[in-house]
Design a protein around this ligand. Structure first.
Ligand code: AOF
Ligand code: ZN
Length: 361
């Protein structure tokens, strides 16, 4: 079928439109195809709103009976804020469902597929699976690792410093970078800073330069008192956590269903997160300035840290380096995967060898 993956690609693009608005829900897009014609499409537009499948069914220009539904995530089998999508699909008379990725949450995880199959629908899973997992990498990390996806954001000088000193804020990056940063805040469910940053910068941590929602503001407090008139306390959308180790912090954020956190500093917080080996992605805004030896470093790492999948963008006079962080668990998994790939390869080679042997017999 020539259009098969085109349909799923379009569903992925539809899903992407709502980035930031659905949290902690995933981004989901759906398309309904009948006789190679698109008769309906939709996406999950916001938390608590109808799911993608329901939007797509509601938009149909003709009866979806006998049609194929393309959806980027397994249809939900449960009653949440909205009724089960599997019910809506069964009622609609859809004959076939093509799913890019299974929903990793305990409530779903294959149960949606089973309901559809048991009812006699044809179900296909895995078309553009990698792309669908990338689309919702925060949601998948949250369910698979039982902790939020952690993005570390910093503005750096060319000599890797974040500020002239501990007591005051040094503005390094230009105006265009501010817009990028506010978009990034909108795309994360929560934003986290240390008490030192609240005391030295009195940051707002909200979204003002783009249309978006303010993330939950998490402040990690040590021994120092925080002024109650600080900007971060301007409304009730904040959480102060006292003397927490990173591991217990992540556990409590998991329990609160926070799927993604943007860590904005300062130096001690960056160091603690990196040493806890739980940073998934880094967004480093690099400004064309050297701050000199006496300035505050980005982090104090005891060991080298390898970044991977790096991407460099020019933003006005600054650069944005986006990279994934190599976690020690990843290295372990990579070794294991390489070993099992070797095994598989050996098996295949073995099969080929025995076939050859048979042929020459
Ligand atoms: C789908 N289609 O478009 C989305 C799904 O509280 P609710 O009813 O909004 O359900 C939220 C859960 O449903 C969410 O955690 C995830 O497992 C799934 N999201 N499922 O079939 C959608 N957004
Ligand atoms: Zn649903």
């Amino acid at each position: 079928m020539p259009h098969h993956s085109w349909h799923m690609r379009r569903a992925l693009r539809l899903a992407e439109k709502a980035r930031g608005w659905t949290l902690p829900n995933p981004l989901v897009g759906a398309l309904i195809i009948k006789d190679e014609r698109r008769i309906g499409e939709g996406h999950h537009t916001g938390f608590g709103k109808p799911h993608a499948e329901v939007e797509a069914l509601a938009s149909c220009t003709e009866s979806p009976e006998g049609a194929t539904l393309y959806v980027t995530l397994e249809p939900c089998p449960h009653q949440g804020k909205t009724p089960p999508c599997t019910d809506a699909i069964l009622k609609s008379g859809i004959a076939k469902v093509v799913i890019a990725a299974l929903d990793p949450s305990e409530k779903a995880n294959g149960k949606g597929v089973k309901i559809l199959k048991d009812a006699g629908l044809e179900v296909e899973v895995g078309l553009l699976n990698k792309e669908a997992m990338e689309l919702n990498k925060e949601f998948f990390t949250f369910h698979q690792k039982k902790r939020p996806f952690i993005t570390l954001k910093a503005a750096l000088s060319l000599d890797g410093k974040i500020s002239m000193d501990r007591e005051s804020k040094t503005s390094l990056t230009g105006d265009k970078t501010q817009i990028f940063l506010h978009q990034l805040r909108h795309e994360h469910q929560a934003i986290l800073v240390g008490a030192g940053t609240v005391l030295s910068d009195n940051p707002h941590l909200g979204v003002r330069r783009v249309e978006g929602r303010d993330p939950l503001r998490i402040i990690l407090q040590g021994e120092r008192e925080l002024p109650m008139d600080a900007h971060v306390f301007r409304d009730s959308n904040f959480l102060v956590l006292k003397n927490q180790k990173i591991e217990s912090l992540l556990k409590s954020l998991y329990e609160k269903e926070v799927i993604s956190v943007l860590v904005e500093g300062g130096s001690e917080i960056f160091t603690a997160f990196l040493e806890a080996d739980c940073v998934d992605e880094m967004k480093l805004f690099i400004a064309p300035i050297f701050l000199g030896e006496s300035a505050l470093p980005f982090a104090n790492l005891k060991e080298p840290l390898q970044l991977k999948k790096t991407k460099l963008q020019e933003i006005g006079r600054d650069f944005l380096l986006t990279a994934l962080v190599e976690q020690s668990a990843d290295a372990h998994v990579a070794e294991k995967t390489a070993a099992s790939k070797d095994k598989k390869l050996n098996k295949q080679v073995g099969i080929r060898k025995s076939r050859k042997a048979k042929q020459s017999e």
